[in-house]
Design a protein around this ligand. Structure first.
Ligand code: UDP
Length: 381
């Protein structure tokens, strides 16, 4: 079959590769001048530092098949994300762990003592936290919430944590030991030469043609047997019901010599510091050595029509509009919506790859059985 994939990011590459290996002809279009979507990395010409152009991407997963998949296309180097945060004039370790708790409260608690102490701080009247704030008050109490989460989250999301779902905070563990690994997944690493060569290798198949700087026109769908669309869901329909809300990021890039901050990621918890974090990219490749350094100051704001959408907001209003777009998508034959933008969800890279593999396999079953491929393999709702 002749398949069109819109978007040369992770979803497009993985679906394209899987279907190409099964004998289908794949065309992938992307409006950008490069592949890789927001995972795109490139070496800084001046310093040689590998830069995560659209912000830091750290690969972590519990999914053994996904881990094997990425390792098939690129060498992954050991990497542990250890994040620090500057708050109220001091530097602390994240995610909240025993070191953070002891330093913050000036104590020397052991694990069980810390657990009991934090439970005393916590608002135990909240039995099923619904909002971000409730989740924080329930699990870390008001002091740690104010120091590490409230200001950061207001900056990151542009709204009160009382309006955000608890699921956003559930991304971060709270630990009663000194483990400061930001992620709790079994597999974690960084591609030796960045994500761009990994995605290039996935796309390197004789049945795949990639056309960059090429804008998809919905009328072209008729020329193909099926379309997988990883662009913004609302964009597919010309934003006719309005725009789904996103946060976008501005990066203030600066170079220096030596070591600017001593770690890859320094968060800033205080509300009056306008940026959320500074990332120092050479620390994402700790096996490399560079004299110079490249850093990003990261600012979050509402995404306008000409900005790059990063984080889907998914508050109550967005969810109503989303349901209407999902209905439109389901009434559109021959197109499947995939990935972070196509399904309007906050997806990590490993989940994106997992869903792309599942989507391609579901498609192959439908082709074999002669049945219609659905608009979504993973519902956005
Ligand atoms: N967060 C926070 N303080 C921090 C780090 C994270 O309040 O120092 C909150 C914030 O709302 C953020 C969420 O936790 O959006 C998830 O954090 P994560 O580090 O997973 O965000 P990402 O790296 O995907 O932007």
């Amino acid at each position: 079959m002749n398949i069109l994939l819109v978007g040369a990011g992770l979803s497009g590459a993985v679906i394209g590769r899987t279907l190409a290996e099964e004998g289908h002809q794949i065309t992938i279009v992307d409006t950008r001048p490069h592949i890789g979507g927001n995972c795109y990395t490139e070496r800084d010409a001046e310093t040689g530092v590998m830069v995560h152009v659209y912000g830091p991407h750290i690969f972590h997963t519990d999914d053994a098949e996904v881990w094997d998949y990425v390792n098939r296309f690129e060498t992954f180097m050991p990497y542990k994300n250890r994040v620090k945060t500057t708050s109220q004039g001091a530097v602390y370790s994240l995610p909240v762990n025993l070191h953070t708790i002891n330093q913050f409260y000036g104590k020397t608690l052991r694990p069980d003592e810390a657990r009991a102490f934090i439970e005393e701080q916590a608002d135990t009247s909240i039995s099923e936290p619904q909002t971000f704030e409730e989740q924080a008050l329930r699990f870390v109490g008001p002091d740690l919430y104010a120091a590490f989460f409230k200001g950061y989250t207001e900056k990151q999301w542009g709204c009160s944590p009382t309006a955000l779902p608890a699921s956003i905070l559930k991304r971060l563990p709270v630990r009663f030991n000194y483990d400061d690994n930001y992620f709790f997944h079994q597999f974690q690493g960084m591609p030796e030469n960045g994500y761009t060569p990994m995605i290039e290798a996935i796309l390197d198949h004789p049945a795949i043609t990639v056309k960059l700087e090429t804008t998809f026109d919905a009328a072209e769908a008729a020329d193909y047997d099926h379309v997988f669309y990883s662009g913004p869901l609302d964009g597919y329909f010309g934003y006719e019901l309005g725009r789904l809300g996103y946060r976008t990021l501005d990066f203030e890039r600066f170079s220096d010599t030596g070591d600017y901050q001593g770690c890859a990621v320094m968060n800033y918890g205080d509300r009056d510091v306008p940026f959320t974090r500074i990332t120092e990219h050479k620390h994402f490749s700790p096996w490399e050595e560079h004299e110079g350094t490249v850093c990003y100051r990261e600012f979050s704001r509402e995404c306008g029509p000409d900005d790059i959408p990063y984080y889907p907001i998914r508050l109550v209003d967005e969810k109503a509009m989303l349901a209407d777009y999902v209905a439109k998508a389901e009434a559109t034959a021959g197109v499947t919506f995939v990935g972070r933008l196509g399904t309007y969800r906050y997806l990590d890279m490993d989940v994106t790859i997992r869903e792309a593999l599942d989507t391609a396999r579901t498609f192959l079953v439908h082709v074999r059985e002669g049945t219609a491929m659905p608009a979504f393999v993973k519902s956005p709702l």
